[in-house]
Ligand binder design. Structure first.
Ligand code: FAD
Length: 519
């Protein structure tokens, strides 16, 4: 099939896709009779763009792309498909297409390019209420960076942001939206008050913990299965002005995780004593392009010799935010927080940056990679949530015995803990069953010729976890069989299925997740 093994000459093939099968032709015919006909695109460029994603190694060719200019365009399409079943086709909302395994694609179906909603009146508005405090109403198609820029004008920012601000609101809320702030503020899905959703029956519904709660909880982390998010009411907080950005190096894994766990537990006691951001990563020779710039030029030689001595290093990346009121005390607070940590002595680095630059740090890397032609290349990523109790085994079995030995990991490898009590178990997103669990993300970048090698390594890692009885969950999951999805969702599978039957009974939405649509 063409679903998993895209060779890059195939992108060209998508552009020449004849779209001539009888069913596709009759679908075109039907679609062209709709009042949204002028917003449907069948040209090779549109089809080709909707056939690939950031992963760049999966391809599904849709029959058409809808570029809506208002929400009614989407409702018209979904309601038409729901009511007219003579030519079945699927529908997928596509944000920025930053999925890596075809999750936003729709083979022979219609891809809804959410970004075409632009700012035509669906932008961000900031409000205040006594019960919610400050909040913003944002379009599901909005890019988080635009939301952030808008709220900053009011001195406010979304409560939790991810590492990368260029995915859409609907895209991250369909997964979870995690980052270095999640340990204290939860993932993005737990900072939403209300949603507007177009369900798979073509209904436009508002939902919240009090109104249509089953839809609300299903949609958050629901992998696009129950409806298309067109608006989210998200929680805001006062925006700090700047960030003290710290990096600490470790050669000992146990010291690294013990310190990370201490850092993320502090906020439960005292806000002043807490950091705002805690992440970590793996430093190897092979992926040094991803971490070298963390360190001042003059310190790079000694970081390299420490790495040569140990072969593998661990780095805590942390930040404490501050504003005019806390400017005079931030240094002291940070000193207290970092006082008893067990990093390699003398391997502590500090930077002071504007809050927006801290949040937008990945954009700098993106622009560089784009310039070097290294952005639109395969990204066979593996994102895992792993139980704290097994991290020592994971260090040996995965970081040392697989990643270090194979020596093929060129991308960043993130390792950071989160507190489960900041997640809401009524939502569709799933996490390991321990109070603290780690996000471990192998963000491989690879050449067109060797992404399969990374996929083999991913398989090896997953086999290690299974063989050793480690109860993990995949983030941004990707499975092929119903049994695997059942295992993934565990006790939530039943509710997930029931919600599907209720809100998308004809299995129209987000077929690229392959939960209910098995190609
Ligand atoms: P798409 O890839 O377009 O869609 C993803 C899924 O959501 C599809 O199933 C699609 O049908 C569905 N969907 C899209 N829009 C809607 C909508 N409005 N309503 C309902 N369903 C919808 N994730 C994190 O949590 N933290 C990070 O720090 C992080 N960093 C990243 C950095 C990079 C460079 C990249 C490429 C990805 C990163 N991700 C991160 C993953 C990213 O958040 C998810 O892949 C997200 O889904 C991408 O958003 P998108 O708008 O591109 O969604």
């Amino acid at each position: 099939t063409c679903s998993t093994s895209l060779c890059f000459s195939n992108v060209r093939m998508a552009q020449n896709h004849p779209l001539a099968s009888p069913s596709t032709n009759s679908l075109h015919h039907k679609l062209l009779s709709l009042p949204i006909a002028d917003k449907l695109h069948f040209d090779p460029e549109s089809i080709s763009a909707a056939s690939v994603d950031y992963g760049f190694f999966v391809q599904e060719i849709p029959a058409a792309v809808l570029r809506p200019s208002c929400l009614e365009d989407i409702t018209t399409l979904v309601a038409f498909r729901y009511n007219e079943s003579s030519i079945p086709f699927t529908i997928s909302a596509r944000g920025r297409g930053h999925s890596v395994r075809g999750q936003a694609m729709a083979r022979d179906g219609v891809v809804v390019d959410m970004t075409s909603l632009g700012n035509k009146g669906h932008g961000t508005t900031v409000s205040y209420s006594q019960s919610l405090g400050h909040y913003a109403d944002v379009g599901g198609h909005e890019i988080w960076f635009n939301v952030l820029e808008h709220t900053l004008k009011h001195g406010l920012a979304p409560v939790t942001l991810t590492d990368y601000q260029y995915a859409t609101v609907g895209g991250t809320l369909s997964n979870a939206g995690i980052g270095g702030e999640s340990f204290r503020n939860g993932p993005q899905i737990t900072n939403v008050h209300e949603l507007d959703v177009i369900t798979g029956t073509g209904d436009f519904l508002t939902c919240s913990p009090h109104k249509n709660p089953d839809l609300f909880y299903s949609v958050l982390g629901g992998l696009g299965q129950f409806g298309i998010i067109t608006r989210a009411r998200i929680a805001l907080r006062p925006a700090p002005k700047r960030a003290k950005w710290v990096r600490l190096l470790y050669s000992d894994f146990s010291a690294f995780t013990t310190d990370q766990e201490r850092l993320i537990s502090r906020h439960q006691r005292d806000q002043d004593e807490a950091l705002d951001f805690v992440e970590g990563c793996l430093l190897m020779h092979r992926n040094m392009d991803t971490w070298m710039s963390f360190f001042p030029l003059s310190d790079r030689p000694r970081v390299m010799s420490l790495l040569t001595e140990h072969k593998l290093l661990y780095c805590i990346k942390a930040a404490k935010y501050y504003d005019e009121q806390t400017e005079s005390t931030v240094e002291k607070d940070l000193e207290i927080i970092l006082k008893d940590l067990n990093h390699v002595p003398e391997f502590k680095f500090e930077k002071d940056v504007a809050f927006i630059d801290f949040l937008n740090r990945m954009r700098v890397a993106e622009l560089q990679l784009r310039e070097q032609g290294l952005w639109n290349i395969p990204h066979p990523w593996l994102d895992l949530f792993l139980p704290k109790s097994r991290m020592a085994d994971i260090n040996t079995g995965i970081f040392k015995d697989i990643a270090l030995k194979n020596n093929i990991t060129t991308g960043c490898v993130l390792i950071y803990p989160m507190n489960k009590n900041k997640w809401d178990d009524r939502m569709s997103a799933v996490t390991p069953d321990e109070d603290i669990f780690y996000a471990v993300e192998f963000l491989h970048t690879s050449g067109f010729g060797d992404w399969q090698e990374c996929e083999l390594q991913n398989k090896e890692m997953l086999s290690f976890l299974k063989d050793n009885g480690i109860k993990f969950k995949r983030y941004l999951p990707n499975y092929r069989t119903e049994r695997e999805w059942m295992e993934h969702f565990g006790p939530k599978w039943r509710t997930f299925q029931e919600s599907k039957a209720k809100f998308d009974p004809k299995l129209l939405l987000s077929p690229g997740q392959r939960i209910f649509n098995h190609y």
